[in-house]
Structures are given as structure tokens and as C-alpha cells.
Design a protein around this ligand. Structure first.
Ligand SMILES: Nc1nc2c(ncn2[C@@H]2O[C@H](COP(=O)(O)OP(=O)(O)OP(=O)(O)O)[C@@H](O)[C@H]2O)c(=O)[nH]1
Ligand SMILES: [Mg+2]
Ligand SMILES: [Zn+2]
Ligand SMILES: [Zn+2]
Length: 405
């Protein structure tokens, strides 16, 4: 069976043979030239309404094909479902889809922005990683919709729009991730394409949104579940004075969000036909094999509730590896805190339904925001933000593991 590829933009799957091409509209050797036109598929699926080269199919698994109209060769490969231009190395390097999920206001968008910014800048400089936008749209959108607002203007985000409110679309950000070490050794740097998909907390409440997000979640290679520790009844007494406390009950409670995410990941697999058994993500146990990183965000807000010797208080070893020992210490500590803070049911759901889950604790901002929803005067001081992604990448085999410090 041909291996399934998944589009980093629409998360639909297809095989290498299904990939289509877009004419460059540059004149070819014959002198004929195609004109740009509107692409209704691109408009509907991605909301992109500009004029682009015409689309054509070619019976090739290669990276070049001649346009049937003007005969000019084109290297613009596009997704057969949404017509997005695929990144240059698509199909040759690993392509991983990562979904950010969690209750409303748990901190998903802030975390995603800080994580990407850190990987592109600070960590990238010293940590041996390189992260770059894989396409122009990602570069522009990450800058204007995320980075500038938080880092330049110091403003926090409004709630992320639900997929339904966004014309039934989600717009993933697509990056190229690499380890710099290999480049130093002279070999070709090996890259992984990473597609990040930020959901709206509200997406887990509405039925329509659930359907759309189910496809994205089902095709995700890794899930990052953000938990706001302040939603756990037992953590609230430890909150820093002045912290605004979110609701603990109802639709948006961490346990409800985790239950919904879990049932979105489960039935797709259990109910699917024989072919689905070959899909990554499903194995014999009946449990979900998609790795899920379960993250206590906003650690700064409950810092005073951590014991003096807590592994969460220790800075991670750093470098371009995933540190197993540190991670397992943190994992056990968070599990212990979950029980202590009356969130033990979360652990039970994970243990029953997931083959691979790991706990993390981090703070994206490092400090609570001001009363008028701005970044604190001390600036953004991220703490342990790369741990969950490095774990996922180590699970995918894209980042090496180091057992002991
Ligand atoms: N103390 C503290 N507060 C944080 C941190 N990160 C986010 N917050 C707070 O949480 C709020 C919500 O963060 P968002 O990232 O917008 O939340 P979200 O999960 O994307 O919310 P939706 O898009 O509505 O689902 C922010 O406005 C901050 O007040 C952090 O690292 N520390
Ligand atoms: Mg958001
Ligand atoms: Zn053409
Ligand atoms: Zn697509």
C-alpha cells in the first residue's frame, strides 16, 4: 500500500501520486504562457483569493512536471485537497502535525507563540536547533498575528477564533526544524517539517467545531494538551496574590476538555475499516498511540506551591538533546501534584486511554500579566517551554535522547 502523506495545511491524507502541480506562468521553451486565475479550491479551503497559476495533474511521483497547456516545467507541487503549495522537501523529510488543545484561556496561543519565538531565536542561537518558517504565509502571519503583538506591543491575545467562526478553517503555521549539529559535521542537515495547529478552547464545546477538529486531531502526530493549574481546586490556594482565578467547573474544566479530546481521538480509530488499522496512531491495544504531552502551563502562578526540592524548580539541562532523566522526574512530580491538587482523574483518563503520555510544567510568560492584559514590565521570561516539543520530537526520532545528565 502506498504510504499516506498528510498535508501540513489541511491535514487531509493522500499518496505521492495524488500530488498535483501549479503552473509557474513563466514562458516555457515553446513561447506559450499561461495566465493567472482564481483558484476556487484555494479560496474555499484556505481563504486565499489571489490569482495564481492554473492547476494540473501529472502522472509522476517526481518533483517536476510539464504544464499541459504551456508545456513549461513546474516544480510547484500542491496538495490535491486544498491546493496549498507544498514545502520544497515535502515527502522527502519527516512531516509532523502538532495540535495544541486545552480549555479556553488555558494559555495555548501564548505558549505556541513563545515556543516558536524561542526556537527561532534564543534557543536556536545556543541550543543547537534551527527553526524557520516553511512558507511566506507562515512567516508573515507568525510575525503580524502572533510575535509582534506579544513581543513588540506586549499585548496578550483575544480568545482564538473557533474553526466555525473562521469559515470552517484552521490555519496551521508550518516550520522547518533542524539540528545544527549535523550541519557542523558537514552532512546535509536533516529537517523535519512541523505544522502547528492552535485550536480555540471553545472548539471543544460546539458540535460543529468538534467534527472539523476531529479530522485535524485524528491526523495529528502529536498533541500538546495545555492545563491551567489554577483550574485545579487544590492549586488555587497557592496562586500568587492578584492572580485572576478561572472557573473550575463546567464545560471548560480540564477533565471535560481531556475527555472530549480523548473521545475525538478514539472513535475515529475504533470505528474505522481495515485500512485504518495501518494508519499511524492505531495499534492493537485499543489505546490511542498518538503521543500526548500534558502541560501545566502558567507555572509562575503556582510557583509557591512547589516544594523546595521540586524538579520543576530546577532548570532543564539544555543543549540539543532530549533529557530523559530530567523529563521523568518532572513527569512524576506533576503526577504527584495532580493528585495533591485534586486532578487525579486526569491521570486516570490518560493512563487508561493513551499508550504514550508525558507530563510537563512550564511558564510561557514567566510572570503573571498586568491587570490590563499586558506582558509584565519585567518582560517575557520563558521557563522550560521547549520540553514538551523536544519530547514529541524524540518520540518521532527527530531529536536524540540523553539518558543521564
Ligand atoms: N501567569 C501566567 N499567565 C499566563 C501565561 N500564559 C498565558 N497566561 C494568561 O492566560 C491568558 C490566556 O492565554 P491564551 O494563550 O490567549 O489562551 P488560549 O488557551 O489560547 O485561549 P483560547 O484561544 O480562548 O482557547 C492570557 O491572556 C494570560 O492572562 C503564563 O505563562 N503565566
Ligand atoms: Mg488561543
Ligand atoms: Zn502553464
Ligand atoms: Zn492540503
Amino acid at each position: 500500500m502506498a504510504t499516506n502523506l498528510a498535508c501540513p495545511y489541511c491535514y487531509e491524507t493522500f499518496t505521492a501520486r495524488d500530488i498535483m502541480f501549479r503552473c509557474t506562468t513563466q514562458p516555457g521553451s515553446t513561447g506559450k504562457r499561461c495566465t493567472r486565475e482564481r483558484d476556487p479550491v484555494l479560496a474555499e479551503r484556505r481563504g486565499l483569493r489571489g490569482e495564481v497559476g492554473p492547476v494540473f495533474t501529472a502522472k509522476t511521483k517526481g518533483h517536476l512536471a510539464p504544464c499541459p497547456r504551456c508545456e513549461a516545467m513546474s516544480a510547484f507541487r500542491i496538495c490535491p485537497v486544498c491546493h496549498s503549495t507544498l514545502p520544497a522537501q515535502f515527502g522527502m523529510v519527516d512531516n509532523r502535525l502538532i495540535a495544541m488543545v486545552g480549555a479556553k484561556a488555558s494559555g495555548k496561543t501564548v505558549y505556541m507563540t513563545v515556543l516558536l519565538h524561542e526556537l527561532m531565536n534564543r534557543v536556536g542561537a545556543g541550543g543547537g536547533f534551527a527553526l524557520m518558517a516553511a512558507d511566506d504565509a507562515t512567516m508573515t502571519r507568525f510575525g503580524s498575528d502572533y510575535r509582534d503583538q506579544l513581543y513588540r506591543d506586549g499585548r496578550l491575545f483575544h480568545g482564538t477564533r473557533t474553526a466555525v467562526a473562521n469559515a470552517n478553517r484552521v490555519d496551521p503555521l508550518v516550520f522547518r526544524f533542524g539540528l545544527e549539529r549535523r550541519r557542523l559535521l558537514g552532512s546535509r542537515p536533516e529537517h523535519t517539517l512541523l505544522s502547528f495547529f492552535d485550536t480555540a478552547g471553545e472548539d471543544f464545546n460546539s458540535q460543529e467545531s468538534v467534527q472539523l477538529n476531529t479530522r485535524y486531531l485524528a491526523n495529528a502526530d502529536g498533541v500538546i494538551l495545555i492545563l491551567d493549574p489554577l483550574q485545579l481546586p487544590g492549586a488555587r490556594p497557592h496562586a500568587r496574590p492578584g492572580t485572576v482565578l478561572p472557573d473550575t467547573e463546567g464545560e471548560d474544566s480540564p477533565i471535560n476538555v481531556l475527555s472530549r479530546v480523548t473521545s475525538m481521538l478514539l472513535p475515529h480509530r475504533a470505528g474505522a475499516g481495515p485500512a485504518a488499522r495501518l494508519l499511524p496512531g492505531r495499534r492493537g491495544s485499543g489505546r490511542i498511540s498518538t503521543p500526548i504531552a500534558v502541560v501545566f502551563a502558567k507555572l509562575d502562578a503556582v510557583w509557591d506551591g512547589l516544594a523546595a526540592g521540586s524538579p520543576l524548580r530546577a532548570h532543564p539541562p539544555g543543549g540539543d538533546r532530549f533529557h530523559t532523566e530530567d523529563s521523568l522526574n518532572v513527569h512524576e512530580e506533576v503526577r504527584h501534584l495532580l493528585r495533591e491538587w485534586r486532578g487525579g482523574a486526569i491521570d486516570q483518563i490518560l493512563d487508561t486511554n493513551y499508550e504514550r503520555y508525558r507530563y510537563f510544567g512550564l511558564s510561557a510568560l514567566g510572570n503573571g500579566p498586568t491587570a490590563d492584559s499586558r506582558v509584565a514590565a519585567t518582560g517575557i521570561q520563558p521557563y522550560r517551554v521547549t520540553d514538551p516539543l523536544l519530547w514529541l520530537l524524540s518520540e518521532f526520532g527527530s531529536v536524540p535522547r540523553q539518558r543521564r545528565a
